[in-house]
Design a protein around this ligand. Structure first.
Ligand code: BES
Ligand code: MN
Length: 467
């Protein structure tokens, strides 16, 4: 081990408590991107991130406005002539914390209990973002970095990154790099490091059904006017067949079939039926016939109802025939599906199946195309090696079921590939009450990233310092 590397690792160990305190500071800022009331908090979180970058010695740090929430950019030049450039991506926004009453400690008052730090954003992804920044700090304080860095830290990931496409187009001179390092992913278990090789995409809709001009007495008009809540249920019920397949016309046309080799890779992931039953505590599992749970959770497309609204949902009873019914429906997509095509497929389904007794409309919310990474890149090898050095086991390849819009955007607009890392765990309660970060894994993550940067420098960045 080089002296520089061991110094950086020691620095991280010696400063671990301070790193944790800084992470708590960031979690205390309730940067909920979807909430219009949170604009000031979003600014505050962006400023906090910008201060962190400046303290690292990053130059040209800028808080760049967008239509919604600002993006934080910056640059670090290592001074080696042939050094590659890495674009470090992160997001400082979080999902809403509701329902608040289900939290054991307040979501924006980070609290350590046992091996975990609890708080909204602890894992997704303020903890992962800081793991990256602190690994870089550990290296820079010990004069060690042999790659150039650029930073893209946004505040709209959790709402589908609606401003980012335009931002990347406008600011490409500040973003161009050989490869992006995206820290918004995770590993499958504390004792099994994994490298994410694909992300699912997302197509998100709101389906609105309108019946009578207003709510009606269900005794006076029931049996005469079709109930939009009933129609909505029938339409939703028809969106899957008995084999658990999605019935939107053409939905599977562009789905790349799984190769034998991919299926073998996924079979290494220790997520079988028993695992999902235990992790979710659901009474039984559901899904497309002919695929294993690990395949269904990352490599096959799905359709989910995310929310339903109609009629009276308060305490007690009310005999009403509602005038309106609404469902939030989203599809997770795999290569080569396209969110806009799925939108067309949903419209085609509704044209065929919606009865004339209701009027309907579909609103399309921001989504994300699916993305695949090239597992043969040298940066993946550098990450693999770093994980093996820290965990002592070879990382497995995993296909992630979640979505991160920037990955496809960077590929499409700048032709930039991404490698996916991050150290969240499946039971971190992402987007749910009691979100948490497993601190021993976080610590290992920081060490892994230090070694990753070190490995990168050795494989691709050797050379004499420039003038
Ligand atoms: N960090 C997640 C994506 C993720 C989830 C990675 C689970 C690894 C494991 C990301 O912040 C996220 O939640 N993305 C949204 C994107 C959507 C709003 C376009 C998602 O997947 O729902
Ligand atoms: Mn998220």
């Amino acid at each position: 081990m080089s002296q520089n590397l061991s110094q950086a690792l020691d620095y991280a160990r010696n400063n671990h408590q301070r790193f944790l305190e800084e992470l708590k500071e960031l979690i205390r800022i309730p940067s909920v991107s979807t909430d219009p009331q949170s604009a000031a908090e979003m600014e505050k979180a962006a400023a906090w991130v910008a201060d962190q970058l400046r303290a690292l010695g990053v130059s040209e740090v800028a808080i760049c406005p967008t239509a919604r929430h600002p993006v934080v950019c910056g640059e670090y030049r290592c001074g080696l002539p042939a050094a590659p450039t890495l674009l470090v991506y992160g997001h400082y926004d979080v999902q809403p914390a509701e329902p608040l009453e289900l939290w054991q400690s307040p979501p924006f008052e980070p609290t350590v209990r046992g091996e975990y730090l609890f708080g909204r954003g602890a894992s997704d992804m303020k903890g992962q973002l800081l793991a990256g920044l602190k690994a870089i700090e550990a290296i820079l304080r010990n004069n060690h970095l042999r790659v150039n860095l650029r930073f893209l830290i946004e505040g709209e990931e959790e709402i589908g990154s609606p401003s980012l496409k335009q931002f990347i187009e406008e600011y490409q001179h500040r973003l161009r790099a050989d490869v992006a390092l995206n820290l918004d992913s995770g590993i499958v278990a504390p004792d099994l490091p994994t490298i994410t090789v694909s992300l699912r995409g997302l197509a998100y809709f709101e389906l609105r059904l309108y019946g009578a001009a207003g709510d009606l007495h269900s005794g006076t008009f029931g049996g005469v006017v079709h109930n939009p809540a009933q129609v909505l249920c029938e339409l939703i019920a028809g969106m899957h067949d008995r084999q658990g397949r999605v019935t939107l016309p053409g939905f599977y046309d562009r789905v790349r079939p799984l190769s034998q080799a991919e299926r073998e890779d996924l079979a290494r992931i220790p997520q079988d039926e028993a695992y999902f039953l235990k992790t979710t505590a659901a009474p039984a599992l559901f899904g497309e016939e002919g695929y294993t749970p690990a395949e269904r959770a990352g490599a096959r497309p799905t359709l989910e109802v995310n929310g339903l609204y109609s009629g009276y949902i308060g305490e007690g009873s009310k005999t009403v025939l509602p005038a309106y019914a609404m469902a939030k429906i989203s599809c997770r997509l795999v290569p080569d599906q396209d969110p806009n095509e799925v939108h067309e497929q949903l419209l085609a389904y509704l044209r065929e199946h919606a009865p004339r007794t209701v009027r309907w409309e579909v609103v399309q919310w921001a989504g994300s195309p699916p993305a695949a990474i090239d597992p043969h890149r040298p940066e993946v090898a550098a990450l693999q090696r770093a994980m093996e050095q820290v965990w002592g086991v070879k990382p497995a390849f995993k296909r992630e079921g979640g979505s991160i819009p920037v990955v496809a955007q960077l590929k499409e607009i700048l032709g930039m590939p991404t490698i996916l890392s991050g150290f969240g765990l499946p039971d971190d309660n992402l987007h749910a009450p009691n979100e948490r970060l497993h601190l021993p894994t976080w610590k290992r993550g920081i060490e892994t990233l230090i070694r990753f940067f070190d490995n990168l420098g050795v494989t691709v960045g050797e050379g004499a310092p420039a003038e």
